[in-house]
Design a protein around this ligand. Structure first.
Ligand code: SAH
Length: 350
């Protein structure tokens, strides 16, 4: 335990540790967690105080041309009813969100060629025109650099694209061979070069994931220097090839959140919906372990159930206002406070 405490203190002071030290922390028993979470929270409070930022999530299409083995909206899932939101429906979500205090909108969807670059640019610039004080985030997968540039020119400033796993062999175990980790990582560097604030991340406990894979993920993130790291437990979906695989664990997800807070002090760390799905207090526990963002759903309730990345997703029946109030209570319940600002990564604050 003294050895682990020493490593945690060094992470606190220098934000880095050797592979061997990180391996030790990743594989330690639960006795290290109280101290780990306490030190992570100390850093978080030093940089972000008790603030928790809101991102309004608009899941605008569940059509996807990809066939990722873990994901419920993969094109190979014939059991799923598919939907798309029109521009007007998306703008209606923003209108409702704005009234509830949201100042960041995240447009997420499967990779759906129905939405051409022109359509995405039109949607982005319309939101930008109506709500110039809001940040627009896109999360629509791997695109050409020229497309990313066009979305940026239309007003998008943030992009979420989890690298999923930095280990190439592991990536191939999770995705069909037409996809590659090299391309996904290239997309992230393209986005950074254009000037986006980027979010990357992984699923914790995805099938075949090893401690060594997680170490590679950490080293990749150090190279990328992301503004956001989105992690949640892998949750199995019955209509995928991974139907028989086990869920990831709450404890490992919390431990990684704390490690990321210590290693990337400035990063935005969401307490994700997957974390809230695996445990009723998952998001609260995430906030106490270093997370500082929540992403409530703004999608119309009629479609929530259909954006089924995994099973038993929470909040599918709640109206936007209910989600907003529920989260406010949850965040306050663990001693933090929701702030309604664009909530930039602290790196960008002067
Ligand atoms: N098409 C977009 C958005 C994907 S969905 C893209 O490619 O980025 C957003 C994230 O949900 C994915 O990056 C993945 O990490 C996560 N996800 C997908 N299936 C999941 C599952 N079964 N359990 C937990 N998280 C999952």
């Amino acid at each position: 335990m003294d050895r682990e405490k020493g490593i945690i203190d060094r992470l606190f002071d220098s934000s880095d540790a050797s592979d061997e030290e990180l391996r030790l922390l990743l594989e330690a028993d639960a006795s290290i967690d109280a101290y780990l979470f306490q030190r992570a929270d100390e850093i978080r409070q030093k940089i972000y105080g008790k603030e928790v930022y809101l991102r309004g999530l608009i899941e605008f299409t569940n059509h996807c041309k990809n066939n990722c083995y873990y994901c419920g909206i993969r094109c190979g899932n014939r059991e799923l009813e598919r939907y798309r939101l029109s521009k007007e429906e998306i703008l209606e979500c923003c209108r409702e969100g704005y009234a509830l205090g949201y100042r960041t909108f995240v447009l997420q969807g499967g990779e759906d060629p129905y939405y051409t670059d022109e359509m995405i640019c039109d949607i982005v610039s319309s939101i930008h025109g109506l709500y110039p004080d809001c940040a627009i985030t896109l999360s629509v997968g791997e695109k050409e650099k020229s497309s990313y540039q066009a979305y940026f020119d239309a007003g998008a400033r943030r992009y979420l694209l989890r690298h999923e796993t930095a280990n190439d062999a592991h990536y191939r175990q999770l995705h069909p061979s037409v996809m590659s980790s090299a391309h996904r990582q290239q997309c992230l560097f393209d986005l950074k070069e254009i000037g986006y604030q980027v979010g990357t991340g992984i699923m914790v406990g995805s099938p075949f994931q090893t401690t060594e894979d997680i170490l590679e993920d950490i080293r990749f993130m150090q190279k990328l220097d992301p503004d956001m790291i989105g992690i949640g437990p892998y949750l199995t979906h019955p209509d995928t090839p991974f139907a028989d695989q086990q869920n990831g664990s709450l404890d490992t997800t919390l431990r990684l959140l704390a490690l990321f807070r210590l290693m990337f002090p400035y990063v935005l760390l969401p307490a994700t919906t997957a974390l809230g799905t695996i445990h009723p207090k998952g998001r609260e526990l995430g906030l106490k372990a270093g997370a500082n963002v929540v992403m409530p759903n703004l999608s119309p309730t009629a479609f929530r159930e259909l954006y089924s990345l995994y099973e038993n997703k929470i909040c599918t029946g709640d109206e936007a206002a209910q989600c907003r109030n529920c989260l406010e209570r949850r965040v306050q319940g663990v001693g933090y406070e929701i702030v309604t600002s664009v909530g930039d990564c602290a790196k960008f604050r002067k």
